[in-house]
Design a protein around this ligand. Sequence first.
Ligand SMILES: Nc1ncnc2c1ncn2[C@@H]1O[C@H](COP(=O)(O)OP(=O)(O)OP(=O)(O)O)[C@@H](O)[C@H]1O
Length: 299
Amino acid sequence: MHIVDIHHLTKYYKKDRGIIDISFSIDEGEIFGFIGPNGAGKSTTIRTLLNFIHPTEGRATIFGKDVVRHSKEIRRNVGYLPSEVHYYDDMKVIDLLLYSLKFYPKGDIHRIHELSSQLELDLHRKIEDLSFGNRKKVGIVQALLHSPKLLILDEPTSGLDPLMQQVFFRMLEDERRKGTTIFFSSHVLSEVRNLCDRVAIVKEGQLIKVESIESLMKNQLRSVILTIDHPEHVSLNINGIVKCEIRGNEIQLLYGGDIRELLNAINVLAYQDIRIEEPSLDEIFMHYYKQEGEKTNDL
Ligand SMILES: Nc1ncnc2c1ncn2[C@@H]1O[C@H](COP(=O)(O)OP(=O)(O)OP(=O)(O)O)[C@@H](O)[C@H]1O
């Protein structure tokens, strides 16, 4: 069953593009990543799903119900973390969370304590004294406290340190084991890679691809940078090289083939250094654009 269904969703802010013709679905129990650079349209899509803004065209359903007509009903079973959390600074964390709890008949105070202790959040501090990361934790507890069927999290890890990110990911996995569907946005692919079943990639308001992590990993692109004297004399004739550039004494490759094959070819060269990195989102997008272009040419 689809928990979220998005059909040709378009949003213009007056004349400004928000998102254009976005369509995809999220299955029950999935952890679904929504990735793209700043301004790609992630928050616009999410805010449309929550009925904070109205679509210019297209429609979306959550739990099979139209997000505009049934938003109140839908919200009871959705936990939402906005990308930026704003609170009444003068309140204590516990008072804010108890206030939030009142909206949900299913929520209980033990859950607040359990979630806060996992995140090492001090419930008795005032909101105004909290760092950005700690405010984010308050938002996470708020999103989870009523054990919603669907979690929609907009850039949940920004502001969390790497250790806390791991704690948070484990919490999401616990939620998923209970059957919760999770939809979360990020501009960091490596972050969502270990957690998600599938990802949707957006750029400049448009959906570029929906892909399972499994096939994303199979076609995983790597950025390989080789430091070598006279790089212009080197020829690497192997499949999987998507892009090859020479900059000073470096050969910069974008490689999508078997990494062992590349290393075998490189091993015979008298190189000084090698760096293998995850390519930037932009490089990945360019690769996808190229593939899409090739497909179009084939037709
Ligand atoms: N209230 C608004 N008025 C006008 N344009 C807006 C508004 N909100 C968003 N936009 C525009 O819509 C586009 C998509 O923005 P959106 O915030 O959805 O992107 P995002 O992927 O969430 O990026 P970020 O990570 O920076 O929040 C951007 O070009 C942005 O400038």
